[in-house]
Design a protein around this ligand. Structure first.
Ligand SMILES: C[S@@+](CC[C@H](N)C(=O)[O-])C[C@H]1O[C@@H](n2cnc3c(N)ncnc32)[C@H](O)[C@@H]1O
Length: 482
């Protein structure tokens, strides 16, 4: 068995490493020799999975950290990594924010982190390099070598040139000009649409593998959010403050919003009944329904009654132990964040697979007068603030932004946004993978990760290329060896 040694730079919570460890090829596999990461919680996660001696916690830009890397990684075969992408991201403000914000981002040191990646590559000279980044990087340009504004160069081309100048081939097999690939993780079996740039480069003078989709049109059908359907129900704690934006709309639609909520819990109780699980939702539903019958026709003190109703709900969720059901490893991060009652009604009212831009558009089939009135943000700016997932499609791109709010990640049936554990499964992390840190730190590690299933395909293609190059795979060796 030949084991290729891997150095994972900007390793985050370990998505890239996990996929490489899963990659499988006859007589050949990977070990992660070192993973380098700055964030303490992510390092803790890495230590748990790779072992504490394999993690270098520190800032890659520091020469002391580089020395540690050089000392412990003398015969590395593969360097993998995705320098932070915030400033390249299509989801970030780099393309749409104010002029001031764009100027600030230009100076952001995260824009040049990739240079340290290549400095380390140049020092270690591994046979293979894999560079991953967000699709938004394609539109990123910087001033050319002479510093003239009209000599702007696409960063991605610069990176390929840089690799070529260091003796690497970036060319992709059967292509004259392609040097990088834009891959959608869903095309490789991940239950999530996530488009990322991958550059594979080697110093063996071989053409690099083109990764062919295995899922999607003409292949296996996409894996969908059904990947999280088997998980126990989780219910959020709910808040209601009279300072909440559009609280007057909630109050004016008192009976309707209460009824929407009670019906949603009733639907979940029916599911519990059908599945035979004993999570307590049936009792919750009955007791909330009793209270609803008592207060639904009240003409005054509506906010007071709503508050009392929500307090009862919060107490019952705890009393009935609903969120403790199967609350053991690895489900310990399968817990919902708190939501306010207005958002809960928007979650329930939005059709699965739809979003706020549709429920606010009068000529859309999904138009909903109540939801339109409840929408609390600037309607001209952020129309798709709320996005509800559906069981029959891959999820939207899981983002590190989930640490701030989960409004773009609404569960298809339950009145809440996705839990970290659900995000982990939609990113194709193994069921028993444990993320360290608090909930927000976990969302960040998960949202930043290369989906292991996609990394596994990339890793497999490198193992295959390596074996062919070394003549271990006789059927291909002649085609690849120059
Ligand atoms: C896009 S994430 C990488 C995700 C990772 N490849 C995975 O698959 O899980 C980028 C990571 O780089 C780390 N980082 C940012 N600046 C760094 C620096 N100067 N030195 C080391 N790590 C850094 C961030 O903490 C973040 O975890």
């Amino acid at each position: 068995m030949k084991t290729l040694k891997v150095l994972d730079l900007f390793a985050g919570g370990g998505g890239f490493s996990t996929g490489f460890l899963q990659a499988d090829y006859p007589n050949c596999n990977f070990e992660i020799t070192k993973a380098v990461e700055l964030d303490p919680a992510a390092c803790e996660t890495l230590r748990g999975h790779l072992g504490k001696d394999r993690v270098i916690q520190g800032d890659i830009t520091l020469s002391s950290v580089k020395q540690k890397i050089y000392k412990s990684c003398k015969d590395i075969d593969v360097v993998i990594g995705g320098p932070p992408c915030q400033t390249f991201s299509l989801a970030g403000p780099s393309r749409s924010g104010s002029k001031e914000m764009r100027e600030k981002l230009k100076k952001d040191s995260r824009n040049t982190l990739y240079k340290h990646f290549f400095e380390i590559v140049d020092h270690l000279k591994p046979d293979f390099v894999v560079f991953e980044n967000v699709e938004g990087m394609l539109s990123k340009k910087i001033d050319g070598a002479d510093g003239l504004m009209n000599k702007q160069v696409q960063v991605i081309e610069l990176i390929c040139d840089e690799l070529e100048s260091k003796g690497y081939t970036t060319n992709i097999e059967n292509s004259i000009s392609e040097r990088f690939q834009v891959l959608n993780a869903a095309d490789y079996g991940v239950p999530q649409h996530r488009r990322r740039i991958i550059i594979i480069a080697n110093r063996l003078e071989l053409e690099n593998p083109k990764l062919e989709p295995t899922h999607g049109f003409g292949h296996n059908s996409y894996n969908t959010t059904e990947a999280i359907k088997h998980l126990p129900i989780r219910l959020p704690r709910i808040s209601l403050s009279d300072k909440l934006k559009n609280i007057d709309v909630v109050k004016d639609n008192y009976e309707k919003v209460l009824s929407l909520f009670v019906e949603n819990i009733k639907d979940l109780a029916t599911k519990e009944n059908n599945s035979g699980s004993k999570q307590g939702i049936i009792e919750l539903s009955e007791r909330l329904n009793e209270e609803f019958m008592l207060i639904k026709n009240k003409k005054s003190y509506k906010l007071h009654n709503l508050s009392k109703f929500i307090k009862l709900y919060n107490e019952l969720v705890i009393e009935l132990g609903i969120n403790n059901y199967m609350d053991n490893q690895p489900f310990n991060n399968h817990q919902s964040r708190e939501h306010n009652f207005r958002d809960i009604i928007i979650f329930i009212g939005t059709r699965p697979g739809s979003n706020s831009s549709r429920f606010m558009k009068p000529d859309s089939d999904d138009y909903d007068e109540l939801l339109d009135a409840l929408y609390p943000y600037n309607k001209n700016k952020h129309k798709d603030t709320y996005v509800k997932h559906s069981w029959d499609k891959p999820s939207n791109t899981i983002l590190a932004h989930m640490e701030k709010d989960g409004l773009k990640f609404i569960h298809p049936e339950q009145p809440r946004s996705l839990t970290p554990y659900e995000a982990q499964l939609l990113q194709s992390f193994p069921e028993d993978y444990i993320f360290c840190g608090g909930r927000n730190e976990q969302y960040r590690q998960i949202g930043n990760a290369v989906p292991p299933k996609l990394a596994e395909v990339v890793g497999g293609s490198i193992l295959s290329l390596h074996q062919q190059a070394k003549g271990c795979d006789s059927s291909f060796a002649s085609a690849f060896t120059k």
